[in-house]
Design a protein around this ligand. Sequence first.
Ligand SMILES: NC(=O)c1ccc[n+]([C@@H]2O[C@H](COP(=O)([O-])OP(=O)(O)OC[C@H]3O[C@@H](n4cnc5c(N)ncnc54)[C@H](O)[C@@H]3O)[C@@H](O)[C@H]2O)c1
Length: 379
Amino acid sequence: MPKKIRLGVLGGGGDSLIGVLHRVASHINDNYQIVGAVFNPDFKANKAFAREIDVPLDRIYEDFDTMIEEEMKLPESERIQVCSVLTPNFLHFPMAKKLLENGFHVICEKPMTTTYEEAKILQKAHNKAGTVFALTHTYTGYPMVRQMREMIKAGAIGKIHKVDARYYQGWINEIIHDKKKRSTVWRLDPKKAGISSCMGDIGVHAFNLIEYTTGLQVKSLLCDFNYLYKDNKMDVDGTVLIRMDDYVKGVIRGSQVATGEENGLAIAIYGSKGAFRWEQENPNFLYKLSDTEPTQVYKPGHAYNSKLSLDGTKLPPGHPEGIFDSMANIYLGAAKAIRGKKYNDGEFPTMNDGVRGMDFIEATVASHKDGNVWVKLKK
Ligand SMILES: NC(=O)c1ccc[n+]([C@@H]2O[C@H](COP(=O)([O-])OP(=O)(O)OC[C@H]3O[C@@H](n4cnc5c(N)ncnc54)[C@H](O)[C@@H]3O)[C@@H](O)[C@H]2O)c1
């Protein structure tokens, strides 16, 4: 049995949303052990949380720079091998860059950076480092999303002509309608979140899911945002028309003010011979639609699924796996890459997905700002 991969964690403290997902996911396939961290910028809170989850305090650092400095003093056989970056958006770039420059593998939350320019700089640093970089677009880890990707690749729905992805949440209603509150959350602060809230936070997942499942690239887009209030600088709702080709078109709909919606990510892909429909809130059902046959429902764990899908299922059919398992599949793919094992390129989103995501976010903002015009994505 190979030794566990030594994992460092940045952000993801007890006060965070996403920390628990990464901690559980990293443990699910028995590949990783957390050996060092800066869970929180407050050293006291950082140590208290480490104590709570039983991570030894000798490698709980006061801040990120100290962590790099001290870890680099350790022999390679003890040093952190891969670091998960789970902080608010504006810290992804400086942290990931320094990690890559010092030879660490990186698992990074989305959006990868706050600008396209930063993303390109990070890409250069990654090319130079030659280490593994995995971007946690969580939803690509679901077995039924992977099944959709493999079946589309094999021609199951023919030539794609229409795509429709929506990501609707309602949680920001509680904040956005209160003048005082809306200046206190980092997701509505351009200095911390970047230039977009809705498209940067969730629209980019929908964008990534479309490119992941279809294997096609969005070439241009036209976006219409809603900011709801004059003093709010960030989009909280947006509709984006997309063109992937002259005859392949679609729409990405994102909202953080879709009242009553929870984590409503859904995708539909229509082709000349059939279509797929999948919803994140019921992730173990993949619907295959047809004009001439009854609708089929694909479910995880059955032998009829692809290897990529089956590799992401741990229990026999009928034992529902969910978001923790989906993220665990991304950690599993990254572990294979870190250990130098063979892996499928659908096992984790990469630096390239991060660059394209930032291109998408900037294009939506530019399109809206210039009067809802068509904007081409860069290569
Ligand atoms: N993949 C997904 O589906 C998904 C879902 C939610 C959030 N996210 C992403 O995860 C990231 C974090 O989001 P969140 O909702 O957990 O945010 P959050 O505000 O709930 O938590 C952020 C954490 O980072 C810590 N932190 C802040 N500054 C730090 C610093 N200088 N050093 C170390 N730790 C620091 C905070 O103490 C906190 O523990 C964001 O980039 C977000 O876009 C991704």
